[in-house]
Write a protein that binds this ligand. Structure first.
Ligand SMILES: NC(=O)c1ccc[n+]([C@@H]2O[C@H](COP(=O)([O-])OP(=O)(O)OC[C@H]3O[C@@H](n4cnc5c(N)ncnc54)[C@H](OP(=O)(O)O)[C@@H]3O)[C@@H](O)[C@H]2O)c1
Length: 250
């Protein structure tokens, strides 16, 4: 119960890494607020958290819209009286070689992955400064600061920016009690790690050959890294970018 009574906000928590992370926090005693654009998947995350004995609230919000993010933080504080930990996880992947990137895809990728993290931090930090501190974990990616894969330039640019923004913000706010880090997952078990047209069986064969660890990452493994870096045990870890990639970038 490392997070007993902590209030934890997770964006992109209606699926994948975000849902697994929110549920892991709830299992360790946190009161969670789960956010995303679509109500139904968030309601399912709340149901799963409550079935596990947790306390959870869903808030629909689009992280590319400042007004939504401002309302999300306000509703979190209104619901539980605090915002102790924020996991900025919402993200999208688009594909296209540099000479062929669709401009709308480029704009959407940067809007969600980079501007979404900036806006989330902006309103989270504003609250945490008044509250005397907090913890922020931004979900970046191995693709970007750590690894390049053909066809993922827009995503790589958006995520390298998350890593840089995280480290700058970490320096800026640690003396005011806000500890900021990133995590950079490699391929984990969501649709995002499937190549276009690829089945899960195809992916298992590809990662079996390509990744040193020989398999896709489990969502619980990503969640456990996020929980550790958000925990008091990691109090001396500041501006870090924890790569969890099965050895892909060694
Ligand atoms: N899976 C991997 O292999 C992998 C590897 C490296 C990094 N990551 C990163 O891990 C994070 C989670 O990805 P995932 O694999 O769990 O994918 P996922 O299942 O597609 O989850 C992404 C979540 O983000 C939400 N989202 C998308 N756009 C949003 C917006 N504008 N505002 C609010 N929420 C939004 C989606 O919900 P709605 O559509 O309902 O809004 C969805 O729940 C992402 O940042 C991703 O880049 C994943």
């Amino acid at each position: 119960m490392r997070f007993a009574d902590k209030v934890v906000l997770v964006t992109g928590a209606g699926s994948g890494i975000g849902r697994a992370t929110a549920l892991a926090f709830a299992r360790e005693g946190a009161r969670i607020v789960v956010a995303g654009r679509n109500r139904e998947p968030l309601a399912q995350t709340v149901k799963l958290a409550e079935e596990a004995g947790g306390t959870a609230t869903a808030v629909t919000a689009d992280v590319t819209r400042a007004a939504d993010v401002e309302r999300l933080v306000a509703e979190t504080v209104a619901a539980y009286g605090a915002l102790d930990i924020a996991v900025n996880n919402a993200g999208v992947l688009t594909m296209g070689r540099a000479g062929e990137i669709d401009e709308a895809d480029w704009a959407r990728t940067l809007a969600v992955n980079t501007t979404g993290v900036m806006l989330s931090m902006k309103y989270e930090i504003a609250h945490m400064l008044t509250a005397g501190g907090g913890v922020i974990v931004n979900v970046s990616s191995q693709i970007g600061a750590h690894k390049r894969i053909p066809g993922t330039g827009a995503y790589a640019a958006s995520k390298a920016a998350v890593t840089a923004l995280t480290r700058t913000a970490a320096l800026e706010y640690i003396r005011e009690g806000i500890r900021i880090n990133a995590v950079s997952p490699g391929p984990h078990d969501t649709t995002m790690s499937l190549r276009p047209g690829e089945t899960e069986a195809d992916r298992a064969v590809r990662l079996g050959e390509q990744l040193p660890v020989g398999r896709v990452g489990a969502l619980e493994e990503a969640a456990s890294g996020i929980l550790w870096i958000a925990s008091a045990e990691a109090g001396f870890t500041v501006g870090h970018d924890l790569v969890m990639d099965g050895g892909s970038t060694i």
